[in-house]
Design a protein around this ligand. Structure first.
Ligand code: DQA
Length: 149
């Protein structure tokens, strides 16, 4: 069995669909999960999809991904802009990580323009709504495929 891709979601993303729909759209986190799973199935990749409002739990899961995953996709939510702990956890893992955001953070408040975690990621995808996650699955699949061949 090949290793899964961990897709980790940070604080308030459990409220997708109800939360500021003018910014984040109407899709729920369950819709995101389904679209990620469908996309991953096209590449025969398994997905471990999780959400937490707690910084420490996200750190634990990143460490777990370091041991168990082939790759990592993370939407750290507001912790993107605040968390050295999440950065350090990502720096401690060898698995490739892609940072995603539903919204175009660069079009928004200035405090959202800085990400603590980007330096630990192979790339950043933002501004495409749920499609940001699908693009990340696609990019990771191609990278893993290239690494294998
Ligand atoms: C977000 C952008 C963050 O600035 C914000 O705090 C979120 C969601 C996004 O997906 O657009 O919670 O990560």
């Amino acid at each position: 069995m090949s290793k899964p891709i961990y897709v980790l979601n940070g604080p308030n993303l459990n409220l997708l669909g109800q939360r500021e729909p003018e910014v984040y759209g109407h899709a729920t986190l369950e819709d995101v999960r389904n679209r990620v799973n469908t996309r991953a199935a096209q590449y025969e990749l398994a997905i471990e999809f999780r959400q937490s409002n707690t910084e420490g739990e996200l750190v634990d899961w990143i460490q777990e991904a370091g041991a168990n995953a082939a790759g990592l996709i993370i939407n750290a939510g507001a912790y993107t802009h605040t968390s050295v702990a999440i950065l350090d956890a990502l720096l401690a893992t060898d698995v490739p990580c892609i940072e995603v955001h539903l919204s175009n953070v660069f079009q928004r408040e200035e405090f959202r323009h800085h990400s603590y975690i980007s330096v630990a990621c192979v790339g950043v995808i933002c501004g495409f709504g749920v499609k940001s996650y699908e693009l990340a699955v696609e990019a990771l699949a191609e990278r893993l495929d290239a690494a294998e061949s």
